[in-house]
Design a protein around this ligand. Structure first.
Ligand SMILES: *Cc1c(COP(=O)(O)O)cnc(C)c1O
Length: 220
């Protein structure tokens, strides 16, 4: 019998083959927010090393309980300024730097800790009020200033397109993110969730953030 995670990996391989991409270039980030330690451990035993969490407190508690140093923890939710200190040094990659001001705060605290941290800039392409992230225009306006934040390694961009029942409606946003990243010479593209990851892979995602499709429904 195969597990949902193994099934997902198979599907990912075939989607990659269909669009001529090497599956090794797409990292599956298993989004474990509101999932039990048991489920995370099961996935880890199936060689899953990248896990995504939205909430700082929940993530740190899970790290403490599991104590598995091989796991690469990704932070994919917004971080309040007063929690930034707790985050520094605890995540492999932070996907959700939502404004230049947030980046400045992260840079300050990284400098204090003398640590370089890897980040993605979250872009709100549809300029939705309800979503975090900076607009494309804000990013371009601040791009030179971003270069001065020496304790941040900007690896790429992240986006969450508007909710829709049709995964195809995400395509235009994924294309736009890819174009923007190419223009800025950024390599990583964190895009695609359980509902629209196939489209994201076709459009060049290097990190896909998958929760329910690998873990089932969340507990709350
Ligand atoms: C919860 C979440 C996901 C995963 O969503 P699923 O629909 O469960 O795959 C991905 N990205 C972000 C930012 C999330 O908050």
């Amino acid at each position: 019998m195969t597990t949902p995670l193994e099934d997902f990996r198979q599907k990912l391989i075939s989607v990659c083959q269909n669009c001529n991409r090497d599956p090794e270039t797409v990292t599956l980030v298993a989004v474990s927010k509101k999932q039990s330690l048991t489920k995370i451990h099961e996935a880890y035993r199936q060689n899953q090393m990248d896990f995504g969490e939205n909430y700082v407190q929940e993530a740190l508690e899970k790290q403490q309980s599991l104590k598995i140093t091989q796991i690469r923890w990704h932070l994919i939710g917004p971080v309040q300024t007063n929690k930034i200190n707790k985050v520094i040094g605890h995540f492999f990659l932070i996907h959700s730097i939502d404004s230049y001001e947030t980046a400045v705060e992260f840079n300050k605290r990284a400098e204090k800790n003398n640590l370089k941290i890897s980040i993605l800039l979250q872009i709100n392409l549809a300029n939705e009020e309800t979503k975090s992230g900076q607009s494309k225009e804000e990013l371009l306006k601040k791009w030179e200033d971003y270069q001065k934040l020496k304790y941040l390694e900007i690896k790429g961009l992240m986006t969450m397109p508007p909710l829709s029942n049709n995964p195809e409606s995400s395509r235009t946003y994924f294309k736009e993110l890819k174009l923007l990243a190419t223009k800025l010479k950024l390599k990583e593209l964190s895009m695609g969730t359980s509902s629209d990851w196939k489209v994201a892979v076709e459009e060049g995602a290097t990190l896909i953030r998958i929760g329910t499709a690998v873990f089932g429904d969340r507990s709350s």
